[in-house]
Design a protein. Structure first.
Length: 162
């Protein structure tokens, strides 16, 4: 099985895989930068939101109707590490205004569907690439084994003819 894998092919494959990983990470980084800039354009910045500590930790959204002031957005890594209000369960939060008590607070929200769809298609793409890689390897290995079998049969025929 390992007679097909030469040192040169191994180096080329490892280099190609490393290039693929680095390019995927680069594209994901650019994508997150673009999404965060778009999200920050549409959401209120924390400096414009004036709420006191009591309002920030309120859970009024559980008992009364709310108005959503900002869309569901991803918490920053700092907010997740510092366990900011609303970031803990899902990593996404939205800013809401409780209608009856006029309390502004953050609450956790589910991962937006467009992000779930994006993750699904990225996963499907990786699985597709792995499948293509596996099919290519199986096909090339089968060709190698067929060639070896033909050569073995030719040798056996030559030996019996002599």
């Amino acid at each position: 099985m390992f007679d097909f894998i030469t040192r040169r092919r191994l180096i080329v494959c490892v280099t190609a895989i490393l290039f693929l990983i680095i390019s995927i990470l680069f594209i994901a980084h650019l994508h997150s930068k673009i999404n965060s800039s778009i999200l920050s354009y549409y959401t209120l910045s924390s400096s414009n939101i004036s709420i006191d500590k009591d309002q920030q930790i309120s859970t009024c959204y559980l008992t009364e109707p709310v108005d959503i002031l900002t869309l569901c957005g991803k918490c920053t890594s700092y907010e997740q590490r510092s366990k900011a209000v609303g970031c803990s369960p899902t990593g996404y939060r939205e800013f809401v205004l409780c209608s009856k008590t006029d309390i502004k607070t953050y609450r956790s929200c589910q991962v937006p569907s467009h992000i779930q769809k994006q993750h699904f298609w990225i996963f499907e793409g990786f699985i597709f690439l792995i499948g293509l890689f596996a099919i290519t390897n199986v096909y090339s290995r089968q060709r190698t084994l067929d060639k070896q079998m033909v050569e073995k049969i030719k040798r056996q025929i030559e030996v019996t003819e002599e």
